[in-house]
Design a protein around this ligand. Structure first.
Ligand SMILES: [Zn+2]
Length: 169
């Protein structure tokens, strides 16, 4: 079999959304108040053709995984656990949140998604979704994949994209 082109497959669906609350810190002492977005994710994966199926990756499977990843953080307060400035503490059924050690919010634990990122920017959410997608893809044995690109939109026309090149397996 001769060398073939490189392929990309993309999934961008109306249901790949998560309506979530968050706030971010900025450089210096600025910090937003709590607010929400209807976030939307779209993903592109690149790789070699699977020469039994002649596709890069099964769309049905990719849509299913992406839907699950969005559902996991839908209708929750997104809180960063790797922030230097936002302190998130689980205390039984509640989560207390302080900014620069000043108490700010108390949420029911079930309404929060504690995320291992330094700030809940769309950049960091995109990277986190790639990490979660990768973890799932590794279980489903998709050896030909070479890169994943994730776009997370927080408003119409306002999004960030993260691209991760996968090491060859
Ligand atoms: Zn925001």
């Amino acid at each position: 079999m001769g060398r073939r082109g490189e392929f990309r497959v993309s999934v961008s669906k109306d249901y790949l959304v998560f309506a979530s609350a968050h706030f971010i810190t900025f450089a210096g002492h600025r910090c937003e108040g709590l607010h929400g977005h209807n976030y939307r994710a779209s993903v592109t994966i690149e790789g070699r053709l699977n020469e039994e199926s002649w596709f890069v990756f099964d769309f049905v499977e990719l849509k299913r995984i992406m839907r699950r990843l969005c559902d996991e953080i839908d209708h929750l307060v997104l809180l960063p656990t790797k922030s230097d400035r936002i302190q998130v503490r689980e205390e039984g059924e509640t989560v207390t949140v302080a900014v620069d050690e000043r108490p700010r919010y108390v949420f029911p634990r079930r309404d929060c998604a504690l995320l291992p990122i330094p700030n809940t920017t769309v950049e960091m959410l995109a990277e986190m979704l790639i990490d979660r997608l990768r973890a799932t893809l590794e279980q489903s044995a998709a050896p030909g994949l070479t890169a994943i690109e994730m776009e997370v939109e927080e408003n119409f026309g306002q999004s960030a994209t993260c691209r991760v090149v996968l090491s060859p397996t």
